[in-house]
Design a protein around this ligand. Sequence first.
Ligand code: ADP
Length: 248
Amino acid sequence: MRKYVIMGVPGSGKSTQAALLAADLDLVQISVGDIFRWNVQNHTKMGAQVRRIMAAGELVGDDLAEAVTAERLAQHDWNFGFVIDGFPRNRRQAEFFLETYDIDAIIVLDLPDSEIRRRVLNRRLCVGCGINYNLIDSTPAVPGRCDACGGELTTREDDTEEALAVRLRTYHEKTNPVLDLFRRKEYVITVDARPVPDAVQAEIRQQLGLPPQKPQDSQESQESQKSQEPQESQESQKSQGSQGSGSA
Ligand code: ADP
């Protein structure tokens, strides 16, 4: 059983790295931001509650964030463990998390502010399957269309200059201090998030003492991340949505 948390500034590649880690270790990938986004896209009651907050780049209330995370983890579909990103984001959430779960390691993805802006402002999201594209490094074959499902590529509502500034400030003010709490109790590793995804993943595994990705898996996992992960996570989000907080 392996239980990991991935933390890092917006655009540092948390969900990409979580997917690569989850794929061949059979971990369940849980993204709290994806769960909220699924609710917004599907016009649930929870979606209506969080839409404006998210678009402004602010944090959703702790009660809701904790409930969503606890409910998702309570599904106990993680036989080999989980990797969670987007939680905890402040001291209260971290205390709740530490009281409830036994975490093996916190993975911190480190990225300079200049690179964050470049990545986030060039990010596009497929409305069909949820795949992320970066117009600099992973341009789609047909502009504006998803390679995997042909869906329309849109900009995340919070990937604007204004919302990014709020998200960065929140990260530095509220999320970063949480690391001190973790450093006292848990095993924290910091990884340079600037290299290409496979290289970042290799560094994570090396620091955690995990087996490296098999070379053929590396390509496949990138592909499967494109074709499967969003569907898998949408499934889990659907069930989250249908059970979640009475809010779906
Ligand atoms: P990023 O890390 O790039 O800001 P995420 O997809 O993780 O993006 O989260 C998007 C938004 O979802 C956040 O800006 C916030 O509004 C909300 N959110 C996600 N996780 C939490 C959390 N643990 N507590 C409060 N709000 C959250």
